[in-house]
Design a protein. Sequence first.
Length: 286
Amino acid sequence: MTGYGVGEAPTPAGRLAVEIRAVNHRFLDVRVRAPRELADLVPFAEQLARERLVRGRIEVGVRLDGGTGASITLDAERARAAYRSLCALRDELSPGSDVPLSLLAVVPDLFVSSSEQQRDALRAACRACFERALSALDSMRRDEGRVLAEDLRARLGAVRRGADAIASRGPVIVEAYQKRLKQRVGRLLGEGIQLDPGRLEQETALLADRADVSEELTRLSSHCIQYESLLDGGDAVGRRLDFLLQEMVREVNTIGSKAQDAEVAHLVVDVKSELERMREQVQNVE
């Protein structure tokens, strides 16, 4: 489901803002963007997104507004330790020689930004911003969800009406089978071919059974009930809805292959069209 949300919170370095954009996707795909000075917040923000979101392509943007940029400070204790180590090496290799301070420039992580020093404060602010952005995102997605649910319910009603129309054709289909069978028997008898009455009765029963789609219609009705129940729930149901739709399509295909009736064939096409539209729509549901 699509949505957008933004949250902001003050920090000593400036005003931190988190934006969340969500678009439809079968799985959860999280991408986080942040400026260089906030690189430490990228895995943290991604973890927050994966803990709270289930499905969709999620883009999280983290930025710092209103600040003058992170100031750079010297890690004095690390510099002293590094210089002592250099002096100790000098005493071992070349006693009495100078150890210029410029050598400290190549020591990694000797200079740190203020944002690194305020890591805990920034993470706390990031969490607060994320929760506010997520709240706005959820509100937008709920509005979309209500519209999608209404559309899916309407289409589910069309599927049920189609199933009822197919069920009403059941006796007519069986009667038509029996009529055709009697016509074939009449032609055979007219040609002087002797038929076993018991075998004839058995074949009639088998044909009627093959044309019976009551089991498929019962399962289709059960799937419709489960589907409507999921629509009334508040959890992430997109994948379960998609699975039920696959099962509905399977039952409708079986009905079409068994019935061998022109009117039922038209009804099956109509029902399958509704189910396909529902499957496309369900891809937008978390």
